[in-house]
Design a protein around this ligand. Structure first.
Ligand SMILES: C[S@@+](CC[C@H](N)C(=O)[O-])C[C@H]1O[C@@H](n2cnc3c(N)ncnc32)[C@H](O)[C@@H]1O
Length: 213
């Protein structure tokens, strides 16, 4: 845990960048503002609250984690979310990433395979007043066809390859950002759809929990 008191202070008392994201190269001020406003301590387990503003993943139970803040910022910036965007998230987990997307002004559809985590995230998000989020307990491989197409899709658990159904659910001009690979070898993959053209590039190395089959 950092000994910087700013990281444990209430959001209203914290600086405008409690995770030092600017110093680490994050440039999208909407992402920094959203991560300043979302109270990460509300999304971690009670005995981890003192560590909520450290830049590390934390357990949320059921063998799962809330992701490292820097990686949340990096992926959200890479996603390029505009206010009003329709965003699909696979892997609700604690609901923290969902809240960051909602703070930017997106409407979010989020899928979580572990029912207990989905229920807890629903309670947390409702208590904080995030009402433009739609949560479903289901596996993410098929996406959310009734709500498609989506302007943006983000995965926060790693499949061995990008599920084809998710590319089908991307809108024209849409972008998908996902960790892809194995436990020991994972990279962020960014997929862009322009008409019939799908482009894909591989970026930074990461270490996410695997997407369950
Ligand atoms: C790293 S955690 C997500 C962190 C989350 N975005 C947050 O902000 O707390 C990955 C999540 O993906 C979920 N998951 C794993 N496989 C899945 C699948 N096939 N479909 C949907 N969710 C899945 C896990 O249960 C876990 O909650």
């Amino acid at each position: 845990m950092s000994d910087d008191p700013d990281r444990t202070a209430h959001p209203s008392e914290r600086s405008a960048d409690p995770f030092d994201l600017r110093a680490r190269g994050i440039r999208d001020e909407r992402v920094i503002a959203a991560m300043t406003r979302v109270p990460r301590e509300a999304f971690v387990l009670p005995d981890a609250r003192a560590a909520a503003y450290a830049d590390s993943p934390l357990t949320i139970g059921f063998g799962q984690t809330i992701s490292q803040p820097y990686i949340v910022a990096w992926m959200t910036e890479a996603l390029g979310v505009e206010p009003g965007a329709r965003v699909l998230e696979v892997g609700t987990g604690s609901g923290y990433q969902t809240a960051v997307l909602a703070e930017i002004g997106a409407e979010v559809w989020s899928l979580e395979i572990v029912p207990e985590l989905a229920d807890r995230a629903a309670r947390t998000l409702a208590a904080l007043g995030y009402d433009r989020v739609h949560l479903r307990t289901a596996s993410g491989y098929a996406g959310w066809p009734e709500a498609a197409p989506f302007d943006r899709i983000i995965l926060t658990a790693a499949p061995s390859d990008v599920p084809p159904a998710l590319i089908d659910e991307l809108a024209d001009g849409g972008r998908l950002v996902a960790p892809v690979g194995t436990v020991w070898d994972q990279h962020i993959v960014i997929v862009d759809k322009r008409g019939n053209e799908i482009t894909r590039h591989t970026s930074i190395g990461v270490q996410f929990v695997l997407m369950k089959k």
